[in-house]
Design a binder for this molecule. Structure first.
Ligand code: PGA
Ligand code: ZN
Length: 425
């Protein structure tokens, strides 16, 4: 029986913040259906591919995605009908050409990516292969080290912390499944510590705690080290720290404005000094977006000063776009890239971005968005791409856990072949 695409349908659903997003269904002639949902960021980079929203104030405050849904059903579906879904690159290319703009402004990156991912799923399912094996081949066997955002600030919470993400990285665990136990235990230890110190323990968008009574941007680092120890682990050896200040979100007119914590305005050099000081005091292995996306010089300086010791990840500055990653590699702007499928808008282009990182000897971290769905595509995708790190939130909120739980499932499925290794050693 033919495996060709028979029909593509799409609908508007809600993400983890209660905002509309798109879910797409790709049905094949053999009856297989591949389904995919697209996430949505809050601290987005200026050069991300366009997330098409309706702008109709009468629906969801203008955030509806019915135009993107219509683009899937009326423009993309008729063009892809009859094509074999294993022709992923060709299908993505057809959609890119149908759109014909640099940032997917006609059809919307949300529309295109939903089809791209659903096509990929349908193909894997039709062939009877797990998604990670379909994309990554039979040698895909490495589980990523998770970066778990246990304390949320910045654009992801109404907290007193300017920096967006404070993550724990259980790099010393023997397996991914054990890494998740280390992380969950530390998360609960942190909850106890926050409670004892009189802080609130409600959580932010990515499931990390979001107290609004912390006195500085540094305090989360101290509390996390305390939590790691309280949970019975060795800071740095069993569990390390990763940061994503998401500095673009507080970069204004050439200055870093730390208004929430009351730390005032800082220059690029001052931020670099703060980060260097923290790296000398805390077991930090990775800093993402320590500087703003316009501050290429600051990024490069940070990389020159501490890039030999820790991972310097570019998120908003590279937006998973090969054009910006190439420039970064040429200039020595960072040594790692955050990979978000919806920043660029198709599976094939994301794979291209990763290929570029590999060729340059850079690392890459596959990532969720702060607005997520129960779609766990990135779990399989990370294993397939031999991505040695994933960041997909804390150890609570099911839109975060579904990715981690899927990775535990993959580890179980791989059995003795599964590998879990410290990517920083
Ligand atoms: P976002 O946050 O999804 O809101 O952009 C995640 C990140 O900055 O890494
Ligand atoms: Zn980021």
């Amino acid at each position: 029986m033919s495996r060709a695409i028979r029909a593509i349908d799409s609908m508007e659903i809600l993400d983890s913040r209660g905002n509309p997003t798109i879910r797409t269904f790709v049905e094949l002639e053999d009856g297989t259906v591949g389904v995919a949902s697209v996430p949505s960021g809050a601290s987005t980079g200026e050069n991300e591919a366009l997330e098409l929203r309706d702008g109709d104030p009468k629906r969801f405050g203008g955030k509806g995605v019915l135009k993107a849904v219509a683009n899937v059903k009326e423009v993309i579906a008729p063009r892809l009908k009859g094509i074999d879904p294993i022709r992923q690159q060709e299908i993505d290319q057809i959609m890119i050409e149908l759109d014909s703009t640099k940032f997917k402004k006609n059809l919307g990156a949300n529309a295109i990516l939903s089809v791209s991912m659903a096509v990929c799923r349908a193909a894997a399912k039709s062939l009877g292969l797990p998604l990670y094996e379909y994309i990554g081949g039979c040698s895909a066997n490495r589980l990523p080290v998770p970066m778990l955002n246990v304390l949320n600030g910045g654009a992801h919470a109404d907290s007193s912390v300017d920096f967006q993400e404070f993550m724990i990285v259980p790099l010393g665990a023997p397996t991914f499944t054990e890494a998740m136990r280390y992380a969950a235990e530390t998360f609960h230890a942190l909850k106890k510590i926050l409670k004892e110190k009189g802080h609130a323990t409600s959580v932010g968008d990515e499931g990390g705690f979001a107290p609004n009574t912390l006195k500085s941007n540094e305090e989360p680092c101290e509390l996390i080290v305390e939590a790691i120890e309280k949970a019975g682990y060795r800071p740095g050896e069993d569990i390390a720290i990763a940061l994503d200040p998401a500095a673009s979100s507080f970069y204004k007119d050439g200055k870093y404005v730390l208004s929430r914590s009351g730390a005032g305005e800082k220059t690029s050099d001052e931020i670099i000094e703060i980060l260097k000081d923290w790296v000398s005091k805390y077991p930090i292995v990775s800093i993402e977006d320590g500087l703003g996306e316009e501050d290429w010089d600051g990024f490069k300086k940070l990389t020159q000063e501490i890039g030999d010791k820790i991972q310097i990840v570019g998120d908003d500055i590279f937006v998973t776009n090969t054009e910006f990653i190439k420039k970064g590699i040429e200039l020595g702007t960072a040594n790692s890239v955050l990979i978000k499928l919806n920043q660029i808008g198709s599976v094939s282009e994301t794979v291209e971005a990763i290929r570029l990182c590999r060729e340059a000897g850079w690392t890459y971290v596959v990532s969720h968005r702060s607005g997520e769905t129960e779609d766990d595509f990135i779990a399989d995708f990370t294993v397939a791409m031999d991505g040695r790190q994933i960041k997909t939130g804390s150890t609570c909120r099911s839109e975060r856990l579904c990715k981690y739980n899927r990775l535990m499932e993959i580890e179980r499925e791989l059995g003795k072949a599964a590998r879990y290794e410290n990517p920083y050693s």
